[in-house]
Design a protein around this ligand. Sequence first.
Ligand code: TXA
Ligand code: MG
Length: 321
Amino acid sequence: MNIISNCTTSTLADAAKRLLQGNLVAFPTETVYGLGADATNKAAITKLYAAKGRPANHPLIVHISSSVQLNKWATDIPKYAIELTRTFWPGPMTLILPRTELAEDYITGGQKNVGLRVPGNFNTLKLLKIFEAQGGLGVAAPSANRFGKVSPTTAGAVFDELSDYLSIDDLILDGGPCAVGVESTIIDCTKSKPKILRPGAITGEMIKVTTGISIDPIKMILRSHRVVVPGMLQSHYSPKADVILDQFPEPGSGFIALSSFKTPKGVIRLASPVNNIEYARVLYQALRSADLQQINKVFVYIPPGDDIAVAIKDRLLKASK
Ligand code: TXA
Ligand code: MG
């Protein structure tokens, strides 16, 4: 498996060809790196699940180059979902919609709906366009990490996670660090009202402004580190180190907090973001660096706010299991 760091038209065309031939291509998105496979090729998707070590009933997001492709994969699309695509695509938003026959059980985990996203990364959009121009219909891509682990936000992190599981014909495209840093907001659009299944950079308030529909706040309970987020697994996004939330750090442990918090004596500072946007961008790399430095415990102060802080809190609650 090669890492391609100069994403030119010709290297992207080669990557598209590899996808069409049933190989795996890891690519950058604005959220996290994805591990892509042709969403209509069952053998390629089987390889994808094996490389990730992911249970087969766990559905995949299909990535497309624009909302023009939406009708191939989804049907009965509500008006509010169209409004969301117009406002936020390309961008960090995944819509769950009733599926067409194209979205087979091996993509949706047997569910009657499918997750779709137009990612906001220049090179990856170009890759998807070339892929579609050559007859491709969509690229299924989970985050490019082993199942249950921290999502990668750099090509180096993809390599560390997956190099043992990729084959010689697979590729990793290096597009530098991801701008957002946490996975897309997943919005269930199968009912009369949108519902957030996984919080991300597109917030409930932004959805309300766009659609005029108020959505229910996501239920998260920070009590003995238990979290309730519908449809999502409990333990996820976990580094090897124990993640301990909102407690004063012990000497010798790692520490992540907004820069306004001073580093306590004897503690290893892993990140000091100045605001919530930067916090999201650096969080996963900070958790990874704890493992690289063989730090056993990471103390994290959850940032306050109802912006991307909601997504940060969601991931940290799961990482702390
Ligand atoms: O930002 C992202 O969304 C990244 C980049 C690569 O696009 N992708 C990503 O994929 O985070 P993944 O597979 O790691 O997480 C997708 C989540 C899974 O937890 C899955 O259960 C949920 O999306 N999902 C996918 N299709 C679904 C469906 N039809 N119904 C409900 N949940 C779905
Ligand atoms: Mg993931």
